[in-house]
Design a protein around this ligand. Sequence first.
Ligand SMILES: *[C@@H]1O[C@H](CO)[C@@H](O)[C@H](O)[C@H]1NC(C)=O
Ligand SMILES: *[C@@H]1O[C@H](CO)[C@@H](O)[C@H](O)[C@H]1NC(C)=O
Length: 317
Amino acid sequence: ETPNNKDTPTIYVDVEPQAESEDYLDTISIQDWPSITLSTGLATPPPYVSPGPYHVEYPSEYIFILDEPEKCREQNPFLVLMVPVAPYNREARGAVRSTWGSERQVLGKEVRLFFLLGLPSGEETEQLQEKVLQESKEHQDLLQSDFIDSYKNLTIKTMVMMEWLSSCCPNASYVMKIDSDMFLNVHNLVYMLILHSPKENYMSGQVAIGAAVLHDPSSKWYLPKEVFPEPVYPPYALGLGYIFTLDLPRKLVEASRHVKAVYIEDVYLGLCMRHLGIRPTDPPSGNLFQGYAGAQDRCHYMAVITTMLDTPQQWCH
Ligand SMILES: *[C@@H]1O[C@H](CO)[C@@H](O)[C@H](O)[C@H]1NC(C)=O
Ligand SMILES: *[C@@H]1O[C@H](CO)[C@@H](O)[C@H](O)[C@H]1NC(C)=O
């Protein structure tokens, strides 16, 4: 007899997230189940179940509390720049707006910029949210969704971005998702997209191939074997900056219904891409996308598309 037998009431077991082990589950035998029945027959929703430390709460019904629903649809940009940034980080947004994010037309193509935010948390959230609202009125480039903005929630941010793009940006050609502490050479990017880039099923950037899954608990990107047993990840574009065609957001959102969302956002997109059977590709020239560049002269920034910067000021001089 199983506990899911029709005559047995639904059993909800409120299991605390077990970060280190799932041993706790082993201690519950089937015979014990009836005695830990928590709710029977009442029309209560299932209790909240934490996704645990390695997964995030996605899919879920997140909504945008700050939105620019018509901007992309009406203006049909060629390229949309999407910059994830924490609500408090107004300085980074200002730096992007006044440098590489300032161009609206590049090589005759329309370019639009949006920042992606979640909800502030911690102290003084109300004051902070008030400032964010003001900034949104002033610049009309903020997209804020109602999940808690945190490092561990970046996958949620990327996926609500995909939802937004698929519903609000049907007619743009390309998207670049890029961190606010990167340098972006918009001119080179548009040039590359015009000359070389496929029109669909395309994602590119710095593509990690055969990257080892870090099964060592002390590593920053640790994923336990129970969560992801394979030794290497499928190819994925590093999260610092990647581009993709506008047909992908809808497909990735669909794939996300079948692939459990891990907290490492670029790896997660790689898993969804594998589900779709689409391989992220390298850009036409190997060093157009770069991570850490170290100290470089201006010529370096002319030749690349992205480079990591130490400070938001660095590219201004
Ligand atoms: C991630 O967002 C969800 C939804 O807002 C929230 O419940 C959860 O606490 C957040 N996680 C972290 C680590 O901030
Ligand atoms: C999409 O963009 C193309 C090219 O700019 C244009 O011809 C077409 O009318 C647009 N479609 C919509 C639905 O805006």
